[in-house]
Write a protein that binds this ligand. Structure first.
Ligand SMILES: C[S@@+](CC[C@H](N)C(=O)[O-])C[C@H]1O[C@@H](n2cnc3c(N)ncnc32)[C@H](O)[C@@H]1O
Length: 261
């Protein structure tokens, strides 16, 4: 092994193949709990919890709208195929709407598209700031802090967020007046082991963090009448529980489901 290889390996403490930039926040996981409530109970009293924080607002307000990660290409392909004139999208945990901006790099968004971002209030504030900065490019975006305000949607989108939300995907889908035809999920941690909930330490707060059992998670969506059409690797996203190196995932996954009513 030459010196350069040794240096590169040493610079990857998790031994992982791809290290994405972090845009100003740390990402560490601690503990493995059997449920969301058990993970919540392990958070020290007084510690900030979840994303509804000033720190999260600052982080997302400075997040680039043009940065494309490997799994975003699969998202762009499915968006391009699914979106039609007048389509309505709900983007759950959408923050500033990164996928909406990225899509515009690759194709013209259809006329009359409505893209609603559902998130926690502090992060929505960052989304509004970025939308103002982006001007015309953000014209199809709107922001909601109650999923029930999304109305009827053609496409349910979520990237990197379902792991941070207590409600299951079927519960979220059933909050909408009608089940959307398309469900496009990117960057979620799934494995073949039993599901666990860890705690994500983001520096500004701790948040319960779902690692899903792949089969049970896919079955739960298909039970609503969806069919899994595609899934892909998200090598930019990895997970390891601190001091428990066997509890690791070297790549998250993305999923596209279709429901023909
Ligand atoms: C890792 S970020 C992903 C952001 C964005 N979708 C992306 O791909 O860049 C997780 C997002 O989930 C949001 N989130 C966390 N808890 C939430 C909750 N209970 N309800 C709605 N959104 C939530 C966060 O505010 C944040 O925007």
């Amino acid at each position: 092994m030459n010196r350069l290889t040794l240096k590169l390996l040493k610079s990857r403490p998790l031994g992982l193949v791809y290290r994405p930039p972090r845009f100003g926040y740390s990402n560490v996981w601690v503990g493995a709990f059997p449920s969301w409530d058990a993970a919540m109970a392990a958070i020290p009293a007084g510690n900030p919890v979840g994303y509804n924080q000033e720190g999260a607002k600052k982080m997302f307000a400075g997040y680039p709208t043009s940065y494309v990660r490997p799994s975003d290409y699969a998202v762009v392909v499915h968006l391009r195929n699914a979106l039609k004139a007048g389509s309505r999208v709900v983007d759950v945990g959408g923050s500033i709407g990164t996928a909406y901006y990225i899509a515009q790099k690759y194709f013209d968004l259809p006329d009359g598209l409505e893209w609603r971002i559902y998130d926690v209030p502090e992060v929505l504030e960052a989304g509004r700031q970025v939308a103002e900065r982006e001007g015309e490019k953000s014209k199809s975006l709107s922001f909601i802090d109650k999923l029930t305000d999304a109305g009827t949607c053609d496409l349910f989108f979520s990237s990197g967020s379902l792991q941070l939300i207590k409600e299951t995907l079927p519960t979220l889908l059933q909050k909408l007046p009608l089940l959307p035809q398309h469900v496009l999920i990117n960057r979620i941690p799934v494995w073949d082991r039993e599901a666990i909930v860890s705690l994500n330490d983001m520096g500004f707060s701790l948040a319960p963090y779902n690692i899903f059992n792949r089969k049970k998670w896919v079955d739960s969506v298909e039970a609503l009448g969806y069919k899994l059409m595609d899934d892909w690797a998200c090598p930019e996203s990895q997970f390891v529980v601190r001091y428990q190196p066997k509890l690791r995932l070297n790549s998250y996954r993305g999923f596209y489901f279709l429901r023909n009513s």
